[in-house]
Design a protein around this ligand. Structure first.
Ligand code: GUN
Ligand code: ZN
Length: 437
């Protein structure tokens, strides 16, 4: 019989948002001399260090003062086959797909190449503090299986699925609806619900899917309980016009997905930069979530996310990096850019640090139906965390050494903590990344 786990007590300033700061005052919890007790991979207690220590004298303390603890970050929109597309600037969506993204995605037909990229991808997630991701797979079954296998080996929580398309892309990326159904069902059987993996039905976007393919997506959802859905919505004006031409019966872009039963609480739609009021109303009623990807929206010139309209309509949203249309794997960077763009758009919001942290963590967990498991440090949840330690001599180290107000300190972390500050990342208490420094 193994000895009972006495627990590890991490001592560091810690921040989390166990409540929604868009809906409630004082949703941010901060413990400046914090204690996070981990036992059997779960959060056993979270509070002031001395209080937790006194209640659990048997636990071994790890002194992490000098750094900061946040819940593991959640990326609700990222493309695994696009790691090496990052930095392809200067194009709008449809040209960028044609010239940058799709040629690289076609290389995923080579299984051994895809395996290498899958390893790079999960390593990049972990090294940026992301513990949970909703990721587009590839258009090929073996490459998508390689992603699931790399994710399983990494320990991260990954929800993904075969990307299905039968028109409008480069022909080597197309499958027939029958092939897509067969391959998706095989991947669901192999990976959905295995450890921390889940499956998401993944039509690339309305522009690349016939009605027959959307029917396949609907069938998969009916046949396999618990699946998520991910796709793109209202990203770019030229895309929206083309969708209207391809689906003349649809009153708007969202109506295409609605017709095939794809919109609901487990659906995550990326972008939604150009929604109508009617679409916002229906999205709110459906409880679907928008993956807001501010860096991608700027890099591809897609436009400025109407956050105030989403909030007023009651539409849920969380953050996504949209690698490789975006500019990297940092979810804290996305939070900062969400803030910056809202500061500059007409009718923009002034987001506070609690709201930004929530968007980077718990809002994503809620979007993915994983908020009972991850997203904050409430006792009973999995100990998914990122330990940020500013490099000695860095501007962030200097700012934090002088910080007196916890909210200001969190704002500085959101502004300045990049990959170089990620010291350790854990999922369910187990290390998934530790920096060499
Ligand atoms: N719409 C369809 N495919 C893509 C993609 O790969 N990236 C983005 N940003 N939008 C898309
Ligand atoms: Zn995308």
């Amino acid at each position: 019989m193994s000895a009972p786990d006495r627990g590890e007590l991490l001592r560091a300033p810690l921040f989390h948002t166990p409540r929604n700061p868009f809906a409630e005052q004082r949703a941010l919890e901060c413990h400046w001399d914090g204690g996070l007790l981990i036992r059997d991979g779960r959060v056993a207690a979270c509070g002031d260090y001395q209080t937790v220590r006194a209640a659990h004298p048997e636990a071994a303390t790890t002194n992490w003062r000098g750094g900061f603890l946040l819940p593991g970050l959640v990326d609700t929109h990222v493309h695994f086959p696009q790691v090496r597309v990052l930095g392809c600037l200067g194009r709008s969506l449809l040209d960028w797909l044609d010239q940058c993204a799709l040629p690289e995605e076609a290389r995923m037909a080579d299984e051994s190449y895809a395996r290498g990229i899958a390893c790079e991808f999960v390593r990049a997630l972990a090294s940026h503090g992301t513990t949970t991701a909703l990721a587009f797979g590839a258009h090929f079954l073996p490459a998508t299986a390689a992603l699931f296998e790399a994710a399983q080996a990494s320990g991260l929580r990954v929800i993904s699925g075969l990307v299905v398309s039968d028109r409008g892309l480069h022909p080597e990326l197309h499958q027939t609806p029958e092939q897509a159904h067969r391959a998706s069902a095989e991947l669901i059987g192999r990976f959905h619900g295995r450890g921390r993996l889940h499956y998401a039905v993944t039509p690339r976007f309305a522009l690349s899917t016939s009605e027959g393919m959307l029917e396949v997506c609907q069938s998969l959802l009916r046949e396999h309980p618990g699946l998520r859905v991910q796709t793109h919505l209202n990203e770019n004006p030229a895309e929206i016009a083309e969708v209207a031409r391809l689906f003349p019966w649809a009153s708007d872009y969202l109506a295409v997905y609605e017709r095939f039963g794809l919109i609901g609480p487990r659906a995550v739609m990326a972008h939604n930069v150009h929604p109508s009021e009617a679409e916002l109303e229906r999205l709110a009623a459906s409880r679907a979530t928008i993956a807001h990807c501010p860096c991608s929206n700027a890099a591809l010139g897609s436009g400025l996310f109407p956050m105030r309209r989403h909030l007023q309509a009651g539409v849920r949203f969380a953050l996504g990096t949209d690698v490789g249309g975006g500019t990297g794997f940092g979810i804290l960077k996305e939070a900062l850019h969400a803030y910056l763009f809202q500061r500059t758009v007409p009718e923009g919001l002034s987001l506070d640090p609690a709201q930004l942290l929530y968007l980077a963590t718990r809002a994503g967990a809620e979007a993915l139906g994983l908020d009972a498991e991850t997203g904050d440090f409430q006792p009973g949840k999995a100990a998914d965390l990122v330990y940020l330690r500013p490099p000695a001599g860095s501007p962030l180290a200097g700012v934090m050494a002088q910080a007196e107000d916890p909210e200001q300190a969190l704002a500085a972390l959101l502004t300045l903590a990049g990959q170089e500050s990620v010291a350790e990342v854990r999922v369910e208490g187990s290390v998934v990344y530790r920096s060499a420094a």
